[in-house]
Design a protein around this ligand. Structure first.
Ligand code: AMP
Length: 357
C-alpha cells in the first residue's frame, strides 16, 4: 500500500462474526467506515458495520461490487475460499496477503512453512487413507492427534489417539478428508502471542497470554502468562519472524505450547484472535485498533500492557451469568448473537485484576 487510508475511507471485512463486529467498532472509533461481506443475516458485525453485502463467497459479481465499494479488504476468519481473494485482489488490496491466508488454511502447508523458518512444530505426517495412516503412526507414534488439514476450528475435525488401536476410529472421524497426524505435546502451558505488522515493516507484539482450553474451545486467557523472561522473549521473537517471513500486514495470533525443551508452535491464525481479547482492557491500543491501523497503513499503536487481565469466554449457557459478572472491575463484551447454543461463543468478560508491574 502506498498511501495511508484517509479518515472516512471504507474497510471491507470478509466475515460477519464477533471479530468483524469488534473490528468494525475499532474502525468506527478511528473515523473509518466498514462494509462486511457475510452470507448470513443478523450476524454480530451487521449490527455495527455501515454496510452489509449479504451474498455467498462464490458470487463473483457480488465480490467485485464489494471490492469496488471499499478501499482495503481484510478478513476475520481463515476459511475463505482463496478464489474469492483472487477476484477481490484485482480491484482492491487485501491484508493480510493471500499467502498468509493460504498458509494458515492448510495445517500441512503451515507446518512445512514454520519448519522452513527453522521454527519448531510437533512431529507430523500427512494422512489420506489407511496406508498413509499406518506410515504416519510408524513415524509419529501415539499418543497423537489426527486433525483435518482444512476447515478445523475450536477442536472440531480432530480425533485423539491414545494407542495404535484407536487408528480406525480416528480415521473414520475424518470422513475421508485429508488430515495430518500430530504428535501429542506434553506441554506445561499454552500461550499465544498477538503480533502486528504494518506495511513499513514495523512490528508490535503484545505480552504473551496464557490460555486454558475446555473441550477444545478457549476458556480463559490470562496476562501475564507464567513465563521466564527468556521464554517471553523467545515467544515474541518467533512471532515477529513469522510476520516478516510472510511480509504480513495486520494482526496475527500465534498459538504456542510451552515445554521444558522450548516453545513449539501449535498454529497461526492470520487475523485478530480470541486469545487477544484481553488487550481491550489491558492495553492503550487493543488488537482490533492495531489491526485497523496496520491495514490502513497508519503507525502502530502502543501495545504495552498496563493491566493484568483474565479474559473469560462466555460460551452457550454462560450467558445466564452475565448480570452476576457485571462487577466494577469486569468489562463485558457481548456479541449480539440471537440464539444461545452449546459451544457457541456469545461474549467475553475481561476481569482486570490489577496494574501491570
Ligand atoms: P487446535 O484446534 O489445533 O488449536 O487444537 C485445540 C486444542 O487442542 C489446543 O489448544 C490444545 O489444547 C490441544 N492440542 C492440539 N494439538 C495438540 C498437540 N499436538 N498436543 C497436545 N495438545 C494439542
Amino acid at each position: 500500500m502506498s498511501e495511508p487510508l484517509k479518515v472516512g475511507a471504507t474497510i471491507g471485512i470478509l466475515g460477519g462474526g464477533q471479530l468483524g463486529r469488534m473490528l468494525s467498532v475499532a474502525a468506527s472509533r478511528l473515523g473509518l467506515k466498514t462494509a462486511i461481506y457475510e452470507p448470513g443475516g443478523d450476524c454480530p458485525a451487521s449490527h455495527v458495520a455501515n454496510y452489509h453485502f449479504q451474498k455467498p463467497y462464490d458470487d463473483h459479481d457480488a465480490l467485485r461490487a464489494f471490492a469496488q465499494s471499499v478501499d482495503v479488504v481484510t478478513y476475520e476468519f481463515e476459511n475463505i475460499p482463496t478464489e474469492a481473494l483472487d477476484v477481490i485482489e484485482k480491484i482492491t488490496p487485501i491484508h493480510p496477503n493471500r499467502r498468509a491466508l493460504a498458509t494458515a488454511q492448510d495445517r500441512l502447508v503451515e507446518k512445512q512453512f514454520l519448519q522452513d523458518q527453522g521454527l519448531r512444530v510437533a512431529p507430523f505426517a500427512p494422512v489420506n487413507d489407511a496406508a498413509s495412516m499406518a506410515s504416519a503412526i510408524a513415524r509419529v507414534g501415539t499418543p497423537s492427534i489426527l486433525k483435518t488439514t482444512r476447515l478445523g476450528y475450536d477442536g472440531k475435525g480432530q480425533a485423539r489417539l491414545k494407542t495404535p488401536e484407536d487408528t480406525d476410529a480416528a480415521l473414520a472421524a475424518m470422513n475421508g478428508a485429508p488430515a495430518v497426524l500430530e504428535g501429542f505435546v506434553e506441554f506445561q502451558r499454552e500461550i499465544s502471542v498477538i503480533a502486528a505488522r504494518n506495511p513499513d515493516g514495523a512490528i508490535s507484539c503484545y505480552d504473551p497470554g496464557e490460555n486454558v482450553h475446555k473441550d477444545g474451545i478457549l476458556s480463559t486467557t490470562t496476562v501475564p502468562a507464567q513465563l521466564t523472561p527468556a521464554q517471553r522473549t523467545d515467544a515474541v521473537l518467533l512471532a515477529a519472524k513469522i510476520l516478516n517471513a510472510l511480509d504480513y500486514v495486520g494482526v496475527m495470533g500465534v498459538e504456542l505450547f510451552v515445554t521444558p525443551q522450548g516453545l513449539i508452535i501449535n498454529e497461526i491464525a492470520p487475523r485478530v484472535h480470541n486469545s487477544g481479547h484481553w488487550t481491550q482492557n489491558g492495553c492503550t491500543v487493543d488488537q482490533f485498533e492495531q489491526h485497523i491501523r496496520a491495514i490502513a497503513g497508519w503507525p502502530l499503536g502502543d501495545g504495552t500492557r498496563h493491566s493484568n487481565v483474565t479474559m473469560e469466554n462466555l460460551i452457550g449457557d454462560d450467558m445466564a451469568q452475565v448480570s452476576a459478572l457485571a462487577k466494577a472491575g469486569h468489562a463485558i463484551h457481548l456479541y449480539g448473537k440471537a440464539e444461545i447454543k452449546a459451544g457457541r461463543k456469545m461474549g467475553h468478560v475481561n476481569k482486570v485484576t490489577g496494574s501491570a508491574g
